[in-house]
Design a protein around this ligand. Structure first.
Ligand SMILES: [Zn+2]
Length: 180
């Protein structure tokens, strides 16, 4: 029987893929054979043969399964990436670093959008006579923490504390006061 520490390698062009048997194969009975395949510069994918029980799977089965994974040039930078048609990857033909860069760029864009909205809100409230924004983190006794923005006019610490108590926060000191 194959063991969970066994490693397999396959060369495609000048790319060396490494694989090991996915841990779930040993945890769940009847899972079938599944490999976790890794690119040399990071990023991994899975490939499976559900019809081969792990009890009877051979090293040749693993090797053949690994060799069914195709590598393509990343559709952004040309470095090796998994061919999405040959395995389960959500990287969409991109290498790990291009995929992460795209994800971060999307996140940054979202953050910029939120910052811009906050600036607009600040200006709106300032025009109405508000002087400060309280940027608070509400900590409910049960449930998860969340951020809250409140616009106030020259608030005292007591007024802020009282507002945060109304929101049922167990910590009424977790806020920043921003002058508009
Ligand atoms: Zn790339």
């Amino acid at each position: 029987m194959l063991s969970r520490t066994q490693k397999f390698t396959a060369i495609q062009g000048d790319v060396e893929l490494t694989a090991e048997i996915s841990p779930c194969v040993f945890m769940y009975q009847g899972y079938g054979l599944q490999l976790t395949v890794t690119l040399p510069k990071g990023g991994n994918t899975i490939v499976a043969r559900k019809d081969i029980p792990i009890e009877t799977a051979t090293e040749q089965d693993c090797q053949a399964l690994l060799e069914s994974v195709r590598v393509l040039p990343c559709n952004v930078c040309q470095k090796p990436a998994f061919d999405p048609s040959s395995c389960s990857t959500n990287r969409d033909g991109k290498c790990e670093s291009c995929f992460m860069a795209e994800l971060n760029a999307a996140f940054e864009k979202e953050t910029k959008k939120e910052d811009a909205k906050l600036k607009r809100d600040d200006a709106k409230f300032k025009a109405r006579g508000y002087t400060h924004r309280v940027h608070a983190w509400i900590h409910p006794a049960s449930g998860s923490d969340y951020e809250l923005m409140m616009w106030m006019i020259n608030p005292t610490q007591e007024e802020i504390t009282s507002e945060l108590k109304k929101k049922k926060s167990v910590d009424t000191t977790d806020y920043k006061l921003i002058e508009l």
